[in-house]
Design a protein around this ligand. Structure first.
Ligand SMILES: [Zn+2]
Ligand SMILES: [Zn+2]
Length: 258
């Protein structure tokens, strides 16, 4: 059975949600993907580093109570400059799922800028260059999360996104080489209204041989768990996708699109 593979709890600095509230929603496995992000001195803010001992302790306590339904995940915010710190943090940690995200460029978070701040063509170029570097440098990731995160504050047409089609293809080819799945982020699609960009990107990913997909809500509170999943599943079926990947111990198996 398919289940949400992108959500946060109080182990992420931008969420206060409890595992128990997600567990109460269904009998399915729950995997939380907590934020790991390092910042540059220019950003002058504390790094987002999950206290893994506390995360594991809660995980073990709840798994004993809830029949081992919880899986351990991280959302790794990647920047080449932070590669060493990321690898140092991950060393020796047992995980089920690792998302790869591009959130910031060492100066600002991409969600903080829109057309009034940085011209779209510059953001497109910078954001997807960083993403290509990310999938090349961090091939151990399981899933590329919200490929459109850097565009959420812009109103981007498919034609505008097509200006970076060449680099998107290279990103997707690199993902296929390393078995990294493409995430349908339902927050991006339906809250930030980028569903048209997903329709285009899914087709492009398929055109270079991409077959691995996940769907994630990016819930930071329980109300958003599996939000709009029906619509995302319909979209996938319309694009000829019948299977989704679910990860455990960093390995995937395929399950039918519900
Ligand atoms: Zn994210
Ligand atoms: Zn997230």
């Amino acid at each position: 059975m398919y289940y949400d593979q992108h959500m946060h709890t109080h182990h992420s600095p931008d969420s206060v949600e409890r595992f128990e509230n997600y567990l109460a929603l269904s009998e399915k496995p729950i995997v939380t993907t907590e934020h790991l992000d390092f910042f540059s001195p220019a950003q002058n803010k504390p790094d987002h580093i999950p206290d893994f001992a506390a995360y594991e302790a809660e995980f073990e306590r709840l798994n004993a109570r809830y029949g081992n339904r919880i899986l351990k995940g991280l959302e790794v915010g990647f920047r080449k400059e932070d590669e060493k710190a990321i690898l140092y943090y991950l060393d020796g940690k047992e995980l089920d799922l690792m998302l790869l995200s591009i959130h910031h460029n060492g100066w600002y978070n991409f969600m903080e800028v829109g057309n009034d701040d940085v011209p779209l063509d510059r953001t497109l170029e910078e954001y997807y260059a960083m993403m290509l570097e990310g999938v090349r440098s961090f091939p151990q990731a399981n899933v590329l999360a919200h490929f459109d995160y850097g565009l959420r504050r812009y109103d981007v047409s498919i034609e505008e996104l097509q200006t970076v089609e060449r680099i998107l293809k290279r990103i997707f080819e690199e993902m296929i080489r390393h078995g990294i799945a493409f995430e349908l982020n339902t927050s991006s699609m339906y809250k930030h209204q980028n569903v048209h960009l997903y329709e285009y990107a899914i087709g492009l990913y398929q055109s270079v041989g991409g077959k691995l997909f996940t769907v994630g809500s990016d819930a930071h509170k329980v109300e958003d768990y599996e939000a709009h999943f029906d619509k995302a599943f319909d979209l996938l079926k319309r694009q000829g996708v019948q299977k989704l990947a679910v990860f455990k111990n960093l390995e995937y198996r395929l399950v039918p699109v519900p």
